[in-house]
Ligand binder design. Structure first.
Ligand SMILES: [Zn+2]
Length: 724
């Protein structure tokens, strides 16, 4: 899974002491490190008064490096510039007044040199702050011409400021930059309609920009213009840094994955690969517990074959709170990310005065040391049964300004696969090829409403060559700009005709007791159950129909429009088949007329909907290489190392503590912290008898038999190593 191998790890010693690696150039720092720490101050994230000299007064680069070394970090990311200040002697932007004559970047570089620790400068682009107030000519502007608070226009000439800043910092001898916040905003008003952008737009398209989000051809151009704006800014800054110091790295904080959408100005692939590697974030506060693994795999898919970095934080809620997570909570997130192939940066924010919390570093150090001790078991490439397809075009033109509509089925498919222990990966519309799809025995299209002819042709080639496709909900039933279609672009593959889209989402499915196994495994026969999500009525043509789709009852008041339909109603009449199964070439297409994936991420996430999706995978792919049963709170990552004939089954158990009614935003509950290391049983069945098996942790018990391995696991993370 990780591209690094043991040989590279062995070379790291020579590289980190300054010598060139044997036989060529030293590998860059990000190819030989696993764990780092980012440190920045707390107190100016919402602005700062220049007279506030207590702020960051004790923020000290030497102390930061010493603590990072104690915690076994392999690199340090130090805040050099945020929205308000520079934390070094800058001639371009104001320096943090509390530092007086100290220079945190100088202190960091000097101390890090003593330890052979790479130093990465954190440098912010957006966040408004003081510099924007002093330079209103760089402001991003909304369609009505008004300046958008806190946002720079990336076409305004502000790039020159970033070039000057990065030039100053490179002179300190740093090893690279983490460039944060390249968003174009996280909501309305959208930008940018400044004079520079208007001119550029007209030069590119020969017409004026649209009057706003018109969701027509003109807005299509505006989206492309915004994406290109972000890409150009990233590439030009990258080129500038490389011109000054070719070995310095540049990585951009990434906002191409859900829940981010077009407003940010990034597409998954277009903006993933503009630096040396991609960096993303997985805080549970913003992305959920499942977002940890999902984000990691999304980053991998956006930049195939390249390392990717994930930032996590030590605080329990958000970066700047001065709280420290329990050790097991940190261990859970860290082991999830490492198993999914990331390298990880722990973000620490100092107290107001810049002081560091010794308890945080003790816990981080403990988690880091354990992770490094288990580094050899991060070898191998992922074994994946299912690729979850993500379409940025569907995000933009079906999701539009309510992108959760497009994300729900994608996230629900992911949730179902994790809970059912079916190994999965992510496939992206921008870089999918016949070859990359063929790496997945099954590909699921979760409500991919907008599909190009080219994509449909690619899916056909995939299936004809033996691939198996799961199609759900509104897949293929909208046009290129989200307009309703008369037919489905997938009809030839589905083996059915689109009769109509349903407006209702509270649909039910019912399966007869004699339906093809394993389609009804774990389901009650002839029992309609809610599958809440987008649905369509199909008429089978060449496919075999299975089960029935039921539209919901509607009361008279609902029909009169006097009563909403937000909450589900019971099952009404059957309107079409629930499932169509269609053999195409050497492969097979299984189509749901509804959305068990969206249901699994919805407000009524019943187990049956999830089982339905898992059963479909098992029907299409009956003999996977590895089949695991374990409690739902266990996440699974399987890797294969063919050279040593070794399978590694990572089991990560995240059982958050129960939570109570939140004081605000009921019922949006943040999961409780993970305190316990649970004990549980897991069963691993292989397609061929294993030769040997062992657990990574001494407390786990592993038993080998002819069909597989049984394990009793007693920790947050363990890896069952199986030789075949
Ligand atoms: Zn502009």
């Amino acid at each position: 899974m990780r591209t690094r191998d043991l040989r590279t790890a062995a070379l790291a010693f020579f590289v980190s002491t300054g010598a060139a690696a044997i036989g060529g150039e030293p590998s860059p720092w990000y190819r030989r490190t696993l764990l780092g720490i980012e440190v920045g101050p707390t107190g100016s994230q919402f602005g700062s008064d220049p007279s506030d000299v207590g702020y960051a007064a004790r923020f000290n680069g030497r102390e930061v490096v010493r603590r990072c070394v104690e915690a076994d970090a392999e690199y340090v990311v130090i805040w050099a510039r945020d929205g308000e200040y520079a934390y070094y002697d800058s001639k371009v932007v104001a320096k943090c007044p509390g530092l007086d004559n100290r220079d945190v970047l100088r202190e960091t570089v000097d101390e890090a040199a003593r330890h052979g620790l790479p130093v990465i400068a954190y440098c912010v682009v957006q966040q408004g702050g003081r510099y924007l107030a002093e330079h209103p000519e760089f402001a991003m502007r909304a369609a009505d011409g008004a300046a958008i608070p806190g946002r720079f226009c990336l076409n305004s000439g502000y790039l020159e400021t970033l070039k000057a800043l990065t030039g100053e910092m490179l002179a300190y001898g740093i090893d690279g930059f983490h460039v944060d916040m390249l968003d174009q905003g996280f909501g309305t008003p959208y930008g940018c309609w400044c004079d520079a952008c208007r001119k550029l737009f007209e030069a590119e398209y020969g017409s004026a920009p649209p009057s706003g989000p018109t969701w027509d051809e003109s807005w299509d151009r505006m989206l492309a213009f915004r994406y290109e704006t972000s890409r150009r800014f990233e590439r030009e800054l990258y080129r500038h840094v490389k011109d000054l110091k070719p070995e310095a790295t540049v990585d951009f904080n990434y906002h191409g994955n859900p829940p981010f959408s077009f407003e940010v100005g990034q597409r998954p692939v277009q903006h993933g690969g503009n630096g040396d590697f991609l960096t993303g974030e997985t805080g549970v506060w913003g992305f959920s517990t499942l977002g940890v693994g999902l984000n990691a795999e999304f980053y991998r898919a956006a930049t195939p074959g390249r390392p990717f970095q994930v930032a996590i934080q030590r605080g329990v809620r958000m970066y700047h709170d001065q709280t420290t997570r329990p050790l097991n909570d940190i261990r859970w997130e860290l082991s999830t990310l490492l198993a999914h192939g990331a390298f990880v940066t722990m973000v620490d924010k100092t107290g107001y005065d810049g002081a560091l919390d010794p308890v945080a570093y003790r816990r981080i150090g403990e988690a880091f040391r354990e992770a490094r001790a288990g580094q050899a078991d991060l070898a191998g490439t992922p074994v994946r049964d299912v690729g979850i397809y993500f379409s940025s075009r569907t995000r933009d033109w079906y999701g539009r300004e309510k992108p959760a509509r497009a994300f729900r089925a994608f996230q629900g498919a992911h949730r179902a696969l994790v809970l059912e222990h079916i190994p999965w990966g992510v496939a992206l519309d921008e870089n999918a090829t016949a070859e990359s799809l063929a790496a997945f025995p099954v590909v699921i299209l979760p409500n991919v409403a907008v599909l190009s002819d080219e994509e449909v042709a690619r899916f056909r080639a995939y299936v004809e060559a033996g691939g198996r496709l799961i199609v759900t909900g509104w897949t293929g039933v909208l046009g290129w700009r989200g307009e309703p279609r008369e037919d489905s672009s997938m009809e030839g593959l589905i083996g059915g005709r689109l009769v109509r889209r349903l407006d209702e989402e509270d649909v039910h499915m019912r399966f007869p007791g004699d339906a093809t196994p394993p389609m009804i495994d774990g389901l009650e026969p002839d029992w309609p159950f809610l599958v809440e999500g987008p649905a369509v009525v199909y008429e089978a043509t060449t496919a075999v129909p299975v089960g029935r789709l039921h539209a919901p009852h509607r009361t008279v008041r609902q029909k009169q429009g006097k009563e909403g339909t937000l909450w589900p109603m019971s099952a009404g009449e059957a309107v079409g088949p629930a499932v169509l199964i269609h053999d195409v070439g050497r492969g097979r297409v299984l189509t749901f007329a509804g959305s068990p994936d969206a249901a699994t991420a919805g407000e009524h996430p019943i187990v049956e909907a999830r089982k339905l999706l898992a059963n479909a995978v098992r029907l299409l792919h009956p003999s996977p290489r590895v089949r695991v049963s374990a409690p739902t709170f266990v996440e699974l990552v399987v890797t294969d190392e063919p050279s040593s004939r070794t399978l590694r089954v990572h089991l990560i158990a995240g059982a958050p503590s129960p939570t109570t009614t939140p004081p605000a935003n009921r019922p949006f509950v943040i999961p409780g912290l993970i305190e316990d290391a649970p004990t549980y049983r897991a069963r691993i069945v292989l397609d061929a008898p294993p030769r040997l098996a062992r657990a990574g942790k001494p407390a786990s018990i592993v038993t080998l038999d002819a069909a597989g391995v049984s394990a009793v696991v007693d920790d947050i993370h363990d890896v069952i190593v199986i030789e075949y």
